[in-house]
Write a protein that binds this ligand. Structure first.
Ligand SMILES: Cc1cc2nc3c(=O)[nH]c(=O)nc-3n(C[C@H](O)[C@H](O)[C@H](O)COP(=O)(O)OP(=O)(O)OC[C@H]3O[C@@H](n4cnc5c(N)ncnc54)[C@H](O)[C@@H]3O)c2cc1C
Length: 362
């Protein structure tokens, strides 16, 4: 327990000393972001979702570390969570050879991977198809989102089989051609937020995924079930973003001693503490065995957290006034980060509940 506390404190001190002062540059410059990511690795903070002995901490501490990362730099929070999710997928694989190859290298960031499977949530014809052939699968189609181009070297990709099951495997996150197959990653998108995270789309043409690079197969619709179980997984990032907005409001309350700024801070802070406590209780103290019941409590909390991050970010730009519009404004950055965290891993249920929350009368 003490050891875990120490890890959280050590993460906090790295983040306060090396990350927070550079938040603006980390939002814009991929090289600076990569250095900060390597800093997390050198503190063994990139294996937060790995089981022992490769993993570093219990789930609550892992959640709090991710919350702290997003508080001090949204771009770093967003980038590292892709790698942590890839690590979690690898750790759940029955492919022992791949586990032996990757698991020892993930926590330190000696091997860095992104993910590309949000497209499996989409309705209609699959964007990325996997055709079973002798010894593996041929992958074809368009991958709409992968974060971490030139920051990660590989990606855990999901593709749909003709029978609607999905195969997850590891492919390169570099442009390449091999045995008649081709992977083309497009130039990084121009984003409204977190430009430094180098988010790309890509095209796979008859790319051969050998069985040795396959992590697992999942039944049709599995991602939707998994989304329900994991609906609170990105709450750490959303609440870290809300905390970043509150930090700005607190700092401005010192500079502009207007009583209504402090009052707004205290009200929003109380709301954040309650939401955080409820999320932690549900995530770490409540069983998910009765998934419908658990999910009916968890979905509203995810949406409360999103709503809170949006409102706190609006509060931050409000108290920073015209300066919020400056390109290097911290409030402007946190506002844009809320945009990303509010839709990341979005399902149609989250979209619906977010809109319902927005339409709620005051
Ligand atoms: C900056 C950035 C980086 C990202 N990086 C990654 C990454 O590294 N890896 C990754 O996997 N993803 C990544 N994403 C994707 C992100 O998780 C998705 O934005 C999110 O899952 C929502 O999906 P979507 O944007 O594709 O929207 P949509 O396609 O609109 O999907 C949102 C939801 O609405 C539903 N829906 C949409 N259209 C319909 C319809 N016609 N009928 C019924 N239901 C519908 C979908 O099924 C889905 O549940 C990134 C996104 C951003 C903005």
């Amino acid at each position: 327990m003490n050891c875990q506390k120490t890890l959280l404190e050590m993460a906090e001190s790295y983040l306060r000393d090396a990350v927070a002062p550079n938040a603006t540059i980390l939002d814009q410059d991929p090289d600076a972001l990569k250095t900060a990511l390597q800093g997390l690795g050198s503190h063994h903070l990139l294996g937060l979702k790995l089981p022992e002995p490769r993993g570093t901490v219990d789930p609550r501490t892992a959640w709090e570390i991710q919350e702290a990362i997003a508080r001090y730099s949204g771009a770093l929070g967003f980038l590292q969570t892709q790698h942590q999710s890839a690590g979690s997928a690898i750790s759940r694989s029955p492919n022992q050879a791949l586990k032996a190859e990757y698991l020892p290298q993930l926590a330190t960031g000696n091997r860095l991977l992104g993910i590309g499977f949000s497209h499996l949530r989409r309705q209609g014809p699959p964007l990325v198809k996997a055709l079973p052939i002798n010894g593996g699968f041929l992958l074809s189609g368009t991958v709409p989102w992968v974060t971490g181009f030139r920051l990660f070297s590989e990606v855990v990709l999901g593709a749909e089989l003709p029978d609607r099951r999905a195969v997850y495997g590891i492919i390169p996150l570099v442009n390449c051609q091999e045995d008649g197959g081709k992977i083309t990653w497009n130039a990084p998108m121009f984003l409204a937020a977190m430009q430094s995270t180098q988010t790309v789309s890509g095209v796979l043409e008859q790319w051969f995924l050998p069985e040795e690079r396959v992590l697992f197969m999942q039944p049709a619709g599995w991602i939707h079930e998994s989304d329900r179980k994991n609906v609170l997984n990105n709450s750490a990032l959303i609440l870290g973003c809300a905390r970043a907005g509150l930090d700005i409001i607190a700092a401005i309350a010192q500079k502009k001693p207007l009583p209504f700024i402090s009052a707004a801070y205290h009200t929003l802070n109380r709301e954040l503490m309650t939401c955080r406590q409820n999320i932690q209780h549900l995530m770490f103290n409540q069983s998910r065995e009765e998934l419908d019941i658990w999910y009916s409590q968890a979905l509203p909390l995810r949406v409360q957290a999103i709503d809170l991050a949006y409102r706190v970010a609006q509060g931050a730009i409000t108290v920073c006034s015209g300066a919020s519009n400056l390109a290097e404004s911290q409030a402007g950055r946190v506002y844009r980060e809320a945009l990303v965290f509010g839709v990341s891993g979005q399902t149609s249920a989250v979209m619906e509940a977010t809109l319902a929350q927005l339409m709620r009368s005051p």
